[in-house]
Design a protein around this ligand. Structure first.
Ligand SMILES: Cc1cc2nc3c(=O)[nH]c(=O)nc-3n(C[C@H](O)[C@H](O)[C@H](O)COP(=O)(O)OP(=O)(O)OC[C@H]3O[C@@H](n4cnc5c(N)ncnc54)[C@H](O)[C@@H]3O)c2cc1C
Length: 437
């Protein structure tokens, strides 16, 4: 049976694309490698009914496509950890401190931090996030790392360290190997006076659980989703595309929407698409990270006047409270190898020791914990999109574009990943398919 559209991947992007196509009357089939939907959003249920998000979790007020979808699905947005009272903690080899300034700041560092922040924000105003390539000196800005730019602007070592510890907290890859142009582009997509305004990017969460967004879309799509069906080959031909599954079965459709992360996509043999389109897709990369979550009876860190948010130079890069008594944490790419080297049996205890450094010995006794190694999961091979120096120019203006009847979407196809990127590009891909009939 020939379908109108086959969507590859049942993450937020693929599901959002398929949902809109189906609503417009198209015959859609979604093929998904895993035995579940959601991709990088996934949740576990505790015996007391609390949900634990193992992947994508928070969104911000600037994430308009995601917020609109959540409303359509009848889901509720509530304030995230950003609204928690109390101080943020920072842990480095020299010590732990709470609140600002960080313990390694000396005289003049705060003023220096404010000065480079202003310069970054002003420079970002010159970047069009849809077309960073047209900026004069785009290639030079892309070659420069954020770390090198900071030093060029006269940032003190303490200020560079503050920016770096913040970046590792997000687990998106060190600023020493992040393109300045990519960082400016991300900021230009959600402009403001702060290089990373937490309210805009992370101030909200879906009360019913962020993975429920995927589950609700999947419930609407029903039998149009085929699970445990990894795609091995895609042949694009106008009027007749073929998708071969790893099991050998061949499916046909008039159009194909790829909603695969860039890592797994490299292992799918794609023909009938221009070399330029394909090599741009293959040139993208991801930051490799893991997420750790520990569930406690109560948020004991509050008694220390701490909000559960931290930036760390341990194996963990950060912690934050995901909901009452549940602490989330990220292991950034720079420390992922350390985690891989640990015997699996001691990983949780070693990560809890990092948490205990911040919040005391109570942290060592969660009633359960979860470690999700997304970076080495074959169907993700990463965490969020990462742009090393030179990548914005190398991927080029074909980033996020379609070559009908081959369409692409997914968080990697937006400026900075995120669930917003998945929903935004998924729905945009559906509109393009419908426009081309
Ligand atoms: C630990 C972690 C924390 C995060 N935190 C946040 C956050 O707080 N806020 C936020 O906005 N974002 C966050 N993100 C990012 C966000 O979750 C992702 O950007 C988004 O969910 C990606 O959606 P997607 O549909 O583009 O890709 P995915 O969710 O990766 O979906 C792709 C799908 O394709 C499938 N697939 C892969 N290969 C094949 C194949 N060969 N054949 C068939 N199917 C295949 C996969 O199984 C998967 O289901 C986080 C991500 C992680 C991993």
């Amino acid at each position: 049976m020939n379908h109108d559209v086959i969507v590859l991947g049942a993450g937020l992007a693929g599901l959002a694309a398929a949902r809109d196509l189906s609503a417009a009357g198209a015959d859609v089939l979604v093929v998904e490698a895993r035995d579940r939907v959601g991709g990088r959003v996934e949740q576990a249920v505790l015996p007391d009914g609390r949900l634990v998000q193992l992947g994508g979790e928070v969104v911000g007020r600037a994430h308009t496509a995601y917020l609109e979808l959540a409303a359509e699905l009848g889901l509720t947005l509530v304030p995230s950890y950003v609204a928690e009272p109390g101080r943020m903690a920072r842990a480095t080899a020299e010590g732990v401190s709470a609140g600002d300034p960080p313990h390694w700041f000396g005289p003049g560092d705060q003023a220096c931090h404010e000065q480079v922040t202003e310069a970054f924000v002003a420079l970002a105003r010159t970047v069009d996030p849809e077309d960073p390539w047209s900026l004069p000196h785009a290639a030079a800005l892309d070659r420069l790392s954020v770390g090198a730019w900071l030093r060029g602007e006269g940032a003190s070592p303490a200020v560079v360290r503050l920016w770096e510890i913040g970046q590792l907290a997000l687990a998106s890859g060190s600023y020493e190997r992040t393109s300045l142009l990519a960082a400016l582009r991300k900021h230009a997509a959600v402009p403001g006076d702060d290089p990373y305004a937490y309210e805009d990017w992370e101030g909200l969460r879906v009360a019913e659980g962020s993975a429920t967004v995927a589950l609700r879309m999947a419930a609407e799509l029903g039998h149009r989703i085929r699970l445990s069906a990894p795609v091995a080959e895609v042949a694009i031909r106008p009027g007749g595309c073929r998708v071969r599954l790893a099991c050998g079965e061949t499916l046909t459709a008039d159009a194909v929407v790829s909603a695969l992360p860039v890592g797994p996509l490299r292992s799918v043999a794609v023909t009938g698409v221009s070399e330029a389109r394909l090599s741009s897709l293959h040139r993208q990369r991801q930051a490799v990270a893991a997420k750790f979550a520990a569930a406690y009876d109560k948020p004991f860190w509050r008694s220390l006047d701490l909000n559960g948010l931290s930036e760390c130079e341990g194996v963990l890069g950060s912690t934050w409270p995901q909901s009452e008594g549940i602490l989330s944490a990220l292991i950034p790419p720079e420390r992922y190898g350390v985690l891989l080297g640990m015997p699996a049996a001691v990983r949780d205890q070693e990560l809890l020791a990092d948490v205990a450094r911040l919040y005391g010995p109570e942290a060592l006794q969660p009633f359960t914990s979860y470690l999700r190694m997304w970076g080495t999961d074959p169907w993700t091979q990463g965490y969020v999109t990462h742009w090393s120096p030179g990548d914005v120019m190398a991927v080029g203006p074909l980033h996020g574009t379609h070559e009908p009847p081959f369409y692409v979407c997914g968080s990697d196809q937006w400026v900075a990943g995120y669930m917003e990127g998945a929903v935004r590009t998924g729905r945009a891909a559906a509109r393009e398919v419908l426009r081309h009939g």
